[in-house]
Design a protein around this ligand. Structure first.
Ligand code: DAT
Ligand code: MG
Length: 151
């Protein structure tokens, strides 16, 4: 199950602030493999589908407006337990409640400007990856270092 995949996205605030490299760096240095990446300004429709689980909540319209307000960097990272570990690396939804050393604690303050999205379950990851990427946009390859990341 070293082939588990998670959908990781730098949101518009993270792109505006120049944090794309910092986010990718954390996942790369942990040992996770980047298998998909693209920059796009999401349509309101795509943003609504992405956050469909929150449809009807008071913050939903603002959330969709925000996600579709600018460029995002959509990524797929692959590796052992990447979904759960990715969430741990990202930190709590509210950056002020995020543990030090997590991306949100290190780079964010407000919940509506928490710079990054990460899938919350393997099922969500599969749904989100299919929503944001075509199959031919994901690369299958072996890294030269895999034997030094996995025993
Ligand atoms: P996460 O991004 O940690 O998976 P989530 O799925 O619960 O969090 O919510 C999606 C985004 O919506 C979150 O990153 C920030 C925003 N959000 C969540 N709860 C909110 C709330 N109570 N008020 C305002 N924005 C909220
Ligand atoms: Mg979520």
């Amino acid at each position: 199950a070293n082939s588990e995949r998670s959908f990781i996205m730098v949101k518009p605030d993270g792109v505006h602030r120049g944090l794309v490299g910092d986010v990718i760096k954390r996942f790369e240095q942990r040992g996770y493999k980047l298998v998909g990446i693209k920059v796009l300004v999401p349509s309101r429709e795509l943003a609504s589908k992405h956050y469909a689980e929150h449809d009807g909540k008071p913050f939903f319209p603002k959330l969709v407006d925000f996600l579709s307000s600018g460029a995002v960097v959509a990524c797929v990272f692959e590796g052992k337990d990447v979904v759960k570990t990715g969430r741990t690396m990202i930190g709590a939804t509210n950056p002020l409640a995020s543990a030090p050393g997590t991306l949100r604690a290190d780079f964010a303050v407000d919940m509506g400007r928490n710079i990054i999205h990460g899938s919350d379950s393997v099922e969500s990851a599969m749904r989100e990856i299919a929503l944001w990427f075509n199959a031919d946009e994901l690369a299958t390859y072996a890294t030269a270092t895999q034997a030094w990341v996995y025993e």
